[in-house]
Ligand binder design. Structure first.
Ligand SMILES: Cc1ncc(COP(=O)(O)O)c(C=O)c1O
Length: 448
């Protein structure tokens, strides 16, 4: 398919519809993770059967340029031959032993060499588990209970963190989650993102009860909202002064924005020294793998050396570790230069198309992560993120989908490029964006 002959897909994805009906009868909402369900944009989620590079194909045989990238992990593109070979090779020797493996040691060495302030790392199967473990460690290390998080930041679905948790819950319009006990909510304090005075006031009031402050490297789960200059540094300074731990959640930013993650991207300008880091997504190369990492003093509190229990049947799985290592080895400075350039062209091009069509919006970036808010003013926090016109987004989303571009099905998500997004795919997206922007304007006019 070339960009000059964009297909005009109709909304009737019969194969996906049939599968979704089957799924909905037996899987809640038909999905294994809520944001996949198209709840906020309407319509039928596409059932993908194949991915090659930047292109995914659905069960009806339709092709799309993929800007979801499995929500981050597919940084090298789908089915990259080196990742496939590494995973197949590992799997041919057994997919799990329940014993230490060479692959996890190699992956640990690769990550520690990229982020030299790390001394220890422990692997788990999901970002949620990594964050849960980081919180448990912080509480054990400080002998305190309170955790501070920022509204709109998502750190997985651990009970204590499902309070104003960004994209998934925002997409569904849920403030918090039932099933989270009052006690767990009480130990979580939620502050506005990018608000230094709220943070200072909180530490003044109860700094000696705070176990940890957790933040995303750059917030990318309420749309992309970079930390204001000095905000992450302030978190680090206050934590140090009051004996709390600073947890930098790099599950999404880690090794996506830079070879040393968000921490590395910002090293030259303003250095921060978080006590604990969490990783996921890219480090598993599309397999379930995540990590918590930090200094030996804190990490060695983990069992079996220390008293803090954490375990997992499939933790550090050899197939996932091999795929993750192969992916990280593809994450060279050249790859990051390519991602930066692609994200720049794509973001600017889509924004130009919307501007020409008169669709109010704001393009925001954090490294090679970007998203478009369908609101004319820039966004610094979750309250502002929620002002956007989600109806305009859903028109745009479907207009793009019908032209063969798969965007995240939520106005509150980052768009992900990969090393496989080349000129052809970028042109395809930009041609689709021009037509889609006009369609949005017409639909908004019709519906007013
Ligand atoms: C910053 C951040 N932390 C934690 C998580 C949870 O990771 P997982 O979905 O692997 O549990 C996510 C997932 O999107 C994330 O973006």
């Amino acid at each position: 398919m070339t960009s000059t002959s964009l297909p005009n897909y109709d909304a009737n994805a019969q194969g996906s519809k049939t599968w979704h009906e089957r799924a909905c009868g037996i899987i809640p909402g038909g999905v294994s993770s809520p944001v996949r369900a198209f709840t906020s944009v309407g319509g039928v989620p596409r059932y993908f059967v194949r991915g090659t590079g930047a292109i995914v194909e659905d069960v009806d045989g339709r092709e799309y340029v993929d800007l979801i990238g499995s929500w981050g992990p597919m940084i090298a593109g789908h089915a990259h031959p080196e990742v496939v070979a590494a995973a197949c090779n590992a799997m041919a020797h057994s997919s799990s032993f329940g014993a230490p493996t060479t692959q996890e040691v190699l992956l640990a060495e690769e990550i520690l060499q990229r982020v030299p302030i790390l001394q220890r790392i422990r692997f788990l199967s999901s970002g949620t588990e990594a964050v849960m473990t980081a919180l448990r460690l912080a509480r054990a290390a400080t002998n305190r209970d309170l955790i501070v998080k920022f509204a709109g930041c998502y750190h997985g679905h651990a009970d204590a963190l499902l309070v104003q948790a960004g994209s998934g819950v925002a997409t569904l319009g849920l403030p918090n989650s039932p099933g989270v006990t009052e006690g767990q909510s009480r130990d979580t304090i939620v502050l506005p993102f990018n608000d230094p005075s709220a943070l200072i006031a909180l530490f003044d009031k109860c700094g000696d009860a705070i176990a940890a402050v957790i933040t995303e490297g750059a917030a990318a789960n309420m749309g992309v909202v970079p930390p204001a200059l000095g905000f992450n540094e302030l978190i680090g300074d206050l934590c140090r002064k009051h004996g709390a731990l600073f947890i930098l959640d790099e599950v999404l930013t880690g090794f996506r924005v830079h070879q040393a993650g968000w921490w590395g991207l910002n090293l030259a300008n303003n250095s921060i020294s978080p006590d604990l880091f969490t990783y996921g997504k890219v480090i598993g190369g599309g397999f379930p793998l995540a990590a918590v990492a930090g200094s030996a003093a804190i990490m060695d509190l983990l069992a079996p050396i220390g008293p803090v229990y954490q375990a997992g049947t499939l933790s550090g799985n050899p197939v996932a570790s091999a795929a993750g290592l192969a992916t990280l080895r593809l994450c060279t400075p050249d790859l990051y230069a390519h991602l930066n350039q692609s994200a720049l062209i794509l973001g600017n091009g889509v924004s130009d198309a919307l501007r020409h069509a008169g669709v109010p919006h704001t393009l925001q970036r954090a490294g090679n992560l970007f998203s478009i808010f369908f609101h004319p003013q820039s966004v610094q926090n979750f309250e502002q993120a929620k002002r956007q016109d989600v109806r305009a987004f859903s028109y745009f989303f479907h207009a793009m989908l019908s032209r063969g571009v798969s965007l995240p099905p939520s106005a509150f998500e980052a768009w992900f490029v990969s090393g496989a997004h080349r000129e052809r795919e970028i042109e395809w997206v930009l041609s689709a964006a021009q037509e889609s922007a006009t369609e949005v304007t017409n639909k908004l006019a019709d519906s007013d």
